[in-house]
Design a protein around this ligand. Structure first.
Ligand code: GLN
Length: 483
């Protein structure tokens, strides 16, 4: 039962082959048995899950239907869940029970999804390896000595290990697509403003976006359908109609124009990944796509720009964690300043502190123009590159990451080495564009992802291309040994 996809679960529930309660029990038992190896959950919500499953079964018995009605999922632990710990992977929020549900959580619950728990993540979503979590590193089910990627590493590892069919993630600079690539999943970062950020604990507000992680594009379509849509509570949410993503999966790729940026194939890319990416292009050509070399000339500036803008916004967003209103408070503060300093010094881990310092520096008087303003100008140039490219092509294709999953601890002493792994993903966040990563093969037994980018609000096009690719390849069906 644990091998079923969301689409198969929906059919099985509709055909009364099993109930949501039965399925939920199977998966909870599987999590209890296997997750100690992976550490992919921070909190399990068994009681809530069983109650939601029973409700979903009752709704189905009353004639209701829906692809998510009774479907088990989990939420990255930065989506606020009412009355349930919402830690953001941090000691700072270890004791925080959210007073309300995030819009994404509420929408999925209303659609009948069953929440099995809250998944592990890099602290405040800062990282690419899920090693900065206060709750410990997550292991990659494909090789337990390797990282699963981050920051949505818990969601990715859990879905890849078949502990559940799908989970939510968030992507500020790649945190859905990169762990998807490193664990052989399909993950989609929607257009900025497509999915409500209300109740999503902010890292970098102008870049953050929630989205689905699942095994197939078909399942990402189902989960995204439940997440997307205008939310008046989020001032950056965009009031655009949400198309029927599942209905669009079978469009023909005849004549689809794929752009492959020449800058993607630089020295930093593992040549074996480059070969797999070109093999995926050949596969899409067989389906009727035409391929064209394009250029994204400002791509080389993306990492420095992102690692100014994201920390700058983080330093502002994280100023609310002061030991006064909620979250961690130090013992016996001597005075107010001591309370602030020690609460933040003890509550935040080293990567978060590093980013707050970099961000505060970049925003400070005298440095603002040189760093923050400059980075914003680069951001615009990067967006302009994409706009020019999308005049010529329908999607942009390339690797999701330059390397497969690295060994646990391998990049711990050198944060910049980890930042460089984000080279292919962060441009979509800087430009606000939708992006998807899908399985494209293996290197040394570790999964490799191919990334597709599309113009604003063309999530449906990404899902269509990925679904057609998955109808003709079987990379996404491979299961890690032992799971
Ligand atoms: N790895 C990037 C960072 O550390 C992206 C993280 C994310 O998308 N949340 O900032």
């Amino acid at each position: 039962m644990h091998q079923l996809t969301l689409a198969e679960i929906a059919r099985g529930l509709a055909d009364k082959k099993f109930s949501s309660e039965e399925l939920t029990k199977v998966l909870l038992a599987r999590i209890a048995q296997l997750d100690p190896q992976l550490n992919s959950f921070i909190s399990l919500t068994e009681d809530l899950a069983l109650q939601q499953a029973k409700t979903a079964d009752a709704r189905r018995a009353n004639g209701e239907s829906g692809a998510l009605l009774g479907a088990p999922i989990a939420h990255k632990d930065l989506f606020c869940t009412q009355g349930i710990r919402t830690s953001c992977g941090s000691k700072m929020l270890d004791n925080f029970k959210a007073p309300y549900d995030a819009t994404v959580v509420a929408k999925l619950a209303a659609a009948g999804a069953v929440t099995l728990g809250k998944t592990n993540m890099d602290e405040f979503a800062m990282g690419s390896a899920n090693e900065s979590s206060y709750y410990g590193a997550v292991k990659n089910p494909w090789n337990l000595e390797h990282v699963p990627g981050g920051s949505s590493g818990g969601s990715a590892a859990a879905v890849a290990a078949r502990l559940l069919p799908a989970a939510t993630g968030t992507d500020t600079g790649g945190s859905i697509r990169q762990p998807a690539a490193l664990t052989n999943l399909t993950g989609l970062k929607p257009t900025y403003g497509r999915v409500s950020r209300w109740g999503m604990i902010a890292y970098a507000s102008s870049l953050d976006q929630g989205g689905p992680l699942a095994r197939t594009a078909e399942d990402c379509a189902i989960l995204l359908q439940g997440m997307a849509g205008f939310d008046p509570q989020d001032s950056t949410s965009i009031d655009e109609p949400v198309p029927d993503y599942s209905a669009g999966l079978n469009g023909s790729l005849q004549g689809l124009r794929i752009g492959v940026p020449k800058e993607y194939f630089s020295a930093g890319l593992d040549p074996r990944i480059a070969d797999l990416i070109m093999a995926s292009v050949e596969e899409l050509k067989k389906l009727g796509a035409v391929v064209k070399e394009i250029s994204l000339p400002n791509m080389q500036h993306a990492i420095p720009a992102y690692y100014v803008i994201a920390p700058a916004e983080a330093s502002s967003n994280l100023s609310r964690f002061d030991g006064v209103r909620f979250g961690y408070r130090c013992e016996n503060p001597k005075n107010l300043e001591d309370l602030y300093k020690r609460s933040r010094g003890e509550g935040f881990g080293p990567e978060v502190q590093r980013r707050i310092m970099v961000g505060a520096y970049a925003l400070s008087a005298g440095y603002y123009d040189a760093y923050y303003l400059k980075a914003q100008k680069i951001r615009r140039l990067i967006k302009n590159d994409f706009m020019a490219a999308f005049n010529e092509v329908d999607i942009i294709l390339g690797p999701t990451t330059p390397n497969p999953a690295w060994k646990l601890g391998a990049k711990n002493s050198d944060p910049v080495a980890a930042y460089l792994e984000d080279v292919y993903t962060i441009t979509a966040n800087l430009a606000g564009l939708p992006g998807l990563s899908m399985p494209a093969g293996f290197v040394d037994g570790l999964p490799v992802g191919v990334q597709l980018l599309a113009p604003y609000f063309q999530e449906g096009r990404l899902l269509n291309v990925a679904h057609q690719y998955q109808q003709n390849t079987d990379w996404h069906t491979r299961t890690p040994t032992g799971f």
